[in-house]
Design a protein around this ligand. Sequence first.
Ligand SMILES: [Zn+2]
Length: 411
Amino acid sequence: MARRPADALAAALARIDDSELIELTRALVRIPSVVRPDDPAGNEREVARHVERWFAAQGLEHEVQDVAPGRPNVVAWLGDKGRGRSLLLEGHTDVVTEGDPREWTHPPFAAALADGRIYGRGAADMKGGLAAAMIALAALKRSGASFAGRLAVGALVDEEADMLGARHFCTTAIGRELDAAIICEPEQNEVCLEQRGVVWARVTARGRMAHGAMPEAGVNPITAAGALLGEVPALERRLRRLCARSRYLRPATVTPTVVQAPLEGIGQPNVIPSGARLTLDVRLTPGPDGAAVARELDAACSRARARCPGATITWEAVNGFRLATRVERREPLVRAVTQAVRRVTGEAPRFGGVPGSTDGTILRMTLGIPIVTLGPGNRQIPHQADEHVEVAELVEAARIYVASALNFLEA
Ligand SMILES: [Zn+2]
């Protein structure tokens, strides 16, 4: 006998076991998954294996997608897309470095449970959100809820670096079939409809080597790089004019993050090098396309070059363009999530914006699907010492995922 939707929701929510969710989160945090390229064990392999075993124990259909050696995506799902929709709850399995463990009150990989919080690297970013998604999928299976289409949970690799997991996922059958995704990143369970974009512009200045005592015999690329740095405030102002003003996102910024010279050989005080390089971390709000951003970067390089005769200044995007994303409130996904928040919390949803880019940026740009970012954990806490997630938020997130999925995939 088919259940009425309200009954299906109540039945599925009743299958969320808070202590199971807490223990799953703690188990994931206890498996360090900091990516260290020089260490064969320094990757997501062990945590991915744990996720896979957990899916198998729940009797969920799942697959392991090899992205790179020792770095698999793990994806589980309920239902078939058929003529319905396909929704993804997305999380990543890598975490950033714990830094100096002495700066932590609770050891970074002990997953201490104290003051209603779970402490540890990745507790918020984002093993908590991933565990909440896994528990939501299992609760829907246990309750026998029927819905049209497919609900998938993806535990992807490499979000903190090149987003290889998300890029790979977009090429797989289950990825290509997606209609929408909820990104379970720590946004204190706010409904985030926008996220800032990022372009890392690596600028190279070339000149001509010469003796430091006879600068007129050469062309100094460091002076050229300095001229480009002088263009940064103007570049930022121009990008801000191109970008839409957002209620939820800080305006576009251009921040120099890396300076390097010489590019070859060793640095010596009396040698003008032939090359210099700097990287600009460019953050964007929705509006301009890649070509418009590229034109502004080109123009900044030409203005700097005009002040440094003989030098060349070029730039390239490291890792391509990850543009800002936005979804409209009228999207079925947004309606499904906001209604879920109302049902679960009894309150109006809080809207927000994501300050950085996420795997959702790749899904949105590659597949063109709407994404909403919503997950447990304070927005500011990722990458800090004493990272933690509030248990109450964790449980609330799992409940919101269940209700969102039932709303979006309603028969
Ligand atoms: Zn994250």
